[in-house]
Design a protein around this ligand. Structure first.
Ligand code: CO8
Length: 258
């Protein structure tokens, strides 16, 4: 159905693979549109977690497509940035958690894509960076927004001003990724984590994602009140009743998402 996206499922875990191997999975308008369409139609009732990865063993996503950007004027540049940022925001606000399984280069728009996901894990050959200033532009798919939030202002400024890429071990050290695996292990580990997430009460996982995202921009008092409401709403679910009853009776309960 898509030219540059491969989709699969493992039970209630969805896997999306970005596939444009000739350009190391660089994001052009076509791929961004396909990703937007995929996310618009994503079935958050059926799937409880999404994994995103790149095709091949060399690259997650090597950035936005430089050949497409080269001839843009000011207005077109802004429009291209807006298009990518809107797709990544859809990903960030997808009701279910998203894991980036970074299997190689995550440069420019590729690093920004990974940062729009909830959780990042990578293979030991992965490289992360924001090389845009070396091309006369800045990170335009919300990298100046998300990198500082993830790794702190000082490290974000260093990475963005120098354009220098870092290896997986450094990405782990600064907290840009949560874990590093061999290339062979990476997808199994991503699926294992996704399956663990998918086994939890889905409405509770969603509420947790919604809270963590929304509360980031609030004052402490607003954030605490927001969490209070979300916590209360959990008690209106069948899964809370079933899950707690099963615990007390030392039984098992399959979460229903109700
Ligand atoms: N765009 C277009 N084509 C690319 C890109 C890219 N980002 N990355 C790689 N390719 C292509 C290469 O041109 C090459 O094509 P061809 O075979 O036709 O020559 C093919 O992929 C293979 O690449 P290499 O031969 O260069 O492979 P190497 O292993 O030697 O190097 C690298 C791999 C290091 C990843 C290298 O390809 C590279 O440096 N790529 C560019 C990385 C980069 O600068 N990314 C950031 C781009 S800017 C960006 O993402 C901005 C996001 C915000 C946009 C805002 C819009 C306004």
């Amino acid at each position: 159905m898509y030219e540059h996206l491969k989709t699969e499922e493992r039970g209630n875990v969805a896997i999306l693979t970005i596939s444009a191997p000739k350009s190391l999975n660089a994001l052009n308008s076509k791929i961004l549109n396909e990703m937007g369409d995929y996310l618009d139609h994503f079935d958050s009732q059926k799937y409880r977690c999404l994994i995103i990865t790149g095709d091949g063993e060399k690259s997650f996503v090597a950035g936005a497509d430089i050949s497409e950007m080269a001839g843009l004027d000011e207005g077109q540049g802004e429009a291209f940035g807006k298009r990518g940022a809107a797709v990544f925001r859809k990903l960030e606000t997808l009701p279910v958690p998203v894991i980036a399984a970074v299997n190689g280069f995550a440069l420019g728009g590729g690093c920004e894509l990974a940062m729009a996901c909830d959780i990042r894990i990578c293979s030991d050959n992965a490289k992360f960076g924001q090389p845009e200033v070396g091309l006369g532009i800045i990170p335009g798919f919300s990298g100046t927004v998300r990198l500082a939030r993830l790794v702190g202002m000082g490290m974000a400024k260093q990475l963005i001003y120098t354009g220098k890429a870092i290896r997986a071990d450094e990405a782990l050290r600064i907290g840009l990724v949560n874990a590093v695996y061999t290339q062979a292990e990476l997808m199994d580990k991503a699926i294992e984590m996704a399956t663990q997430i998918a086994a939890q009460a889905p409405l509770a996982v969603r509420a947790a994602k919604e809270c963590i995202n929304a509360e980031y921009d609030m004052t402490a008092d607003e954030a605490i009140a927001y969490e209070n409401h979300a916590f209360g709403r959990c008690f209106a679910t069948e899964d809370q009743k079933g899950g707690m009853k099963a615990f007390l009776e030392k039984g098992k309960y399959e979460f229903q998402g109700r």
